[in-house]
Design a protein around this ligand. Sequence first.
Ligand SMILES: NC(=O)c1ccc[n+]([C@@H]2O[C@H](COP(=O)([O-])OP(=O)(O)OC[C@H]3O[C@@H](n4cnc5c(N)ncnc54)[C@H](OP(=O)(O)O)[C@@H]3O)[C@@H](O)[C@H]2O)c1
Length: 267
Amino acid sequence: MEEKAADNFTFISGATGGVGRAFAFACAKTGALFLTGRSEEKLAELKEDIIRKYPFCSVEYFPADLTDEHSRRKMFAYIEGKALSFSRLINVAGADIQKAFEKYTDEKIVFQCRVNLEAALSLTRFVLAHREQGLEIINISSISGVYPMPYFAVYSATKSALSSFSSSLRLELKGEGIKVTSVEPGGIYTRPDVCKDIKGQGLWGKLSAKTPEYVARKSLAAVRKNKRIYRPGFWNKFIAAAPRLLPIGLRMRFIARRWSKLEKDAF
Ligand SMILES: NC(=O)c1ccc[n+]([C@@H]2O[C@H](COP(=O)([O-])OP(=O)(O)OC[C@H]3O[C@@H](n4cnc5c(N)ncnc54)[C@H](OP(=O)(O)O)[C@@H]3O)[C@@H](O)[C@H]2O)c1
């Protein structure tokens, strides 16, 4: 086994996406990074971009398909070989399939559950076993996890489970100096299709959406303060509280009308 690495690392899954990239840059200012995504090429490019801006930042990466436990194990073995330890974990990787449940295949169900939930649970268990004092954990859930969303049913269910896990874990780890925050954003301006959807939702989308840089910066501040949940922006806080004021049937009919018009896939 190699000697223990000098730096404390922030582990970021989904680092090659819009939100993950913003977290990577935000964390590069103050510490070392371990990045993962499926594409080695994208990870290498991201490392180059980070080093260009922060030449003294130590950046490690390993490509892994987080839906595949063998691929995760290879990544874990790489990390153990390098004796990395972590002061922060940011579970960002996720896929936002959006369509009527009857249009799903079994493969898509398994894929979405694995990347949105199983991966986060597995990475959390691993990082807990390789943690430094004062570990911070950020789980990127969604406002979609706050209430059931017809036509976004699997996504909404996995994000709801991720938020629930976050809160339970937080209590289990209370007293160990570990902070756990569930981040529940509305829209975030990342991929072009997401930006188009936000625009298509008119004022509602505009009020709810934030930039990835805003979400990263505020989420890091929220976990530092040990917040259980962080919802970026006033509007998202309001719509998360609105369920207490509006009957659930009414809310779900409103969501179904809006979301039935959109269809999106991922693998
Ligand atoms: N954008 C929004 O409006 C919004 C709103 C609320 C919550 N969120 C949540 O924020 C997170 C990031 O969203 P984003 O907009 O940044 O998405 P994105 O740009 O599509 O990035 C997704 C990231 O997840 C990784 N990923 C996907 N499947 C994977 C797999 N099987 N194994 C390993 N990595 C995988 C992708 O890596 P590859 O490079 O390999 O594809 C990529 O790095 C997601 O969890 C999403 O649910 C997003």
